[in-house]
Design a protein around this ligand. Structure first.
Ligand SMILES: N=CN[C@@H](CCC(=O)O)C(=O)O
Ligand SMILES: [Zn+2]
Length: 417
């Protein structure tokens, strides 16, 4: 039997819970001082103070001494676009000269640029580069990542991206949750014919995705100049009918009413939400839609940040994610996201930790088995090399992770042994 005991943790930050945390509860990290956790066959068996570890567990076990360190659940990065070909480093300079996101898109840059490059790459290349990106995420303590298609915008390449994610989920220690984002941009041939493009996605791509079990979620870029509320609703309803759960890129640049649509369709999450209205936020809270905020993107695009404080104070469950992608936010740094959220969105450190653990899990509809250190959850645990979780934003942008344990096994250790 495989058993691991982590003990003497200066702080065991359990983030305990089985559903999304809202409002004031987001500050409750469930910290146990001098904490210990027992993992057996990949599943958490016992959580408590080190002096109270039941004798029976001490018999045969790999013991990790976490003296002077902080133990947390693995981070859940619930919004990324990490499978793509090529890069868009030139766009960074264009942005510095004042071009905004939409202007870059109109110049032939943006998502469509990555679509061209992703079409050109082989599956093998995308798997190789995907493995490297996941390796990098692991060093930041990520144990589950959501990944979107959306750099294909046609049958062949959308499926290619999703198949790559399926392979990566099997090959890499990090769990990969796949999302179908076929309606991520309007390809050149469909400009002005967006309705037709949505029908193509519904009639030709979605059935294959569902039939082969290639995605858990369906997402759409609901935005002025991309897909309207009506087009988004049509696609999401079709996806829901076929058994996919829903996510939305909503109200990022304009307040189109995306938050309200996410509430109406009972999406699992609505993401970005920089421009979401008070009414939309209220409707999301009433319908238990998680608000996934992406401060790295607002920072990189020099946009106003989402109103995290208002959302939390109005009882919305907030998650944070990296939005790792080749254009608007090329970073896998979770501590950078935490630093930005605390400095620019007025979130407390505690709220950001909740937003990247149990609420990140809720944004993937998985709060019942990941996202916290609770008995019967997966043994996905990270040891940080400082005695308090407060070092995470304080060491700005740099990883404080020393050891990553996935399914009860050490899969990453920062230093030479
Ligand atoms: N806003 C739309 N989609 C992505 C950006 C993807 C890209 O620029 O390649 C986002 O979430 O930020
Ligand atoms: Zn995105």
């Amino acid at each position: 039997m495989k058993r691991m005991i982590i003990k003497n943790a200066s702080q065991l930050v359990t983030c305990s819970g089985f559903t999304a945390k809202k409002g004031k509860d987001m500050n409750n990290l469930g910290i146990i001082e001098n904490g210990a956790v027992v993992i057996q066959e990949g599943i958490i068996k016992w959580v408590g103070r080190t002096p109270d570890i039941p004798r029976q567990y001490e018999k045969v076990a790999e013991v990790i001494d976490a003296t002077g360190k902080t133990v947390l659940p693995g981070f859940i990065d619930s919004h990324t676009h990490f499978v793509f070909g090529g890069y868009r480093e030139e766009e960074y300079s264009w942005r510095l000269k004042g071009d905004n996101y939409m202007e870059i898109m109109q110049k032939g840059g943006g998502i469509v640029n990555t679509v061209t490059k992703t079409k050109e790459e082989t599956k093998e290349y995308l798997i190789r580069i995907g493995m490297k990106r996941l390796d990098s995420m692991l060093t930041f303590g990520v144990t589950t990542v959501e990944g979107k298609s959306g750099y294909g915008l046609d049958y062949e390449t959308e499926i290619k991206q999703l198949e790559v994610m399926r392979k990566l989920n099997l090959r890499h220690k990090i769990d990969v949750v796949p999302t179908f984002l076929g309606a991520h941009a309007v390809p050149k041939d469909y400009r002005g014919k967006e309705d037709k493009f949505i029908d193509l996605m519904i009639d030709e791509v979605l059935p294959y995705v569902v039939d082969k079990g290639l995605a858990e979620f369906c997402d759409v870029f609901c935005e002025k100049g991309v897909f309207s509320i009506e087009q988004s609703e049509k696609l999401l309803l079709a996806a829901k009918e076929q058994g996919l759960k829903l996510k939305m890129h909503a109200d990022e640049i304009y307040d189109l009413g995306g938050a309200g649509l996410a509430a109406k369709l009972k999406a699992v999450s609505a993401d970005h939400l920089l421009m979401a209205s008070d009414e939309g936020i209220k409707e999301m809270a009433e319908n238990n839609v998680v608000a996934t905020l992406l401060p790295g993107t607002a920072f990189s695009l020099r946009e106003d940040f989402a109103r995290a404080r208002y959302m939390i104070d109005n009882n919305l469950a907030v998650a944070l994610a990296s939005d790792f992608n080749p254009g608007s936010c090329f970073t896998e740094s979770i501590p950078l996201i935490i630093a930005l959220a605390t400095l620019y969105m007025n979130m407390t450190i505690e709220e950001t930790i909740t937003a990247l653990t149990i609420n990140g899990a809720a944004a993937l509809d998985k709060a019942d088995y990941i996202g916290s250190i609770d008995v019967n959850k997966k043994g996905d645990i990270v040891i940080h090399e400082y005695p308090s979780y407060k070092f995470i934003p304080y060491h700005i942008g740099v990883s404080t992770v020393e050891t990553v344990i996935k399914d009860g096994q050490v899969v990453y250790y920062k230093y030479e042994q």
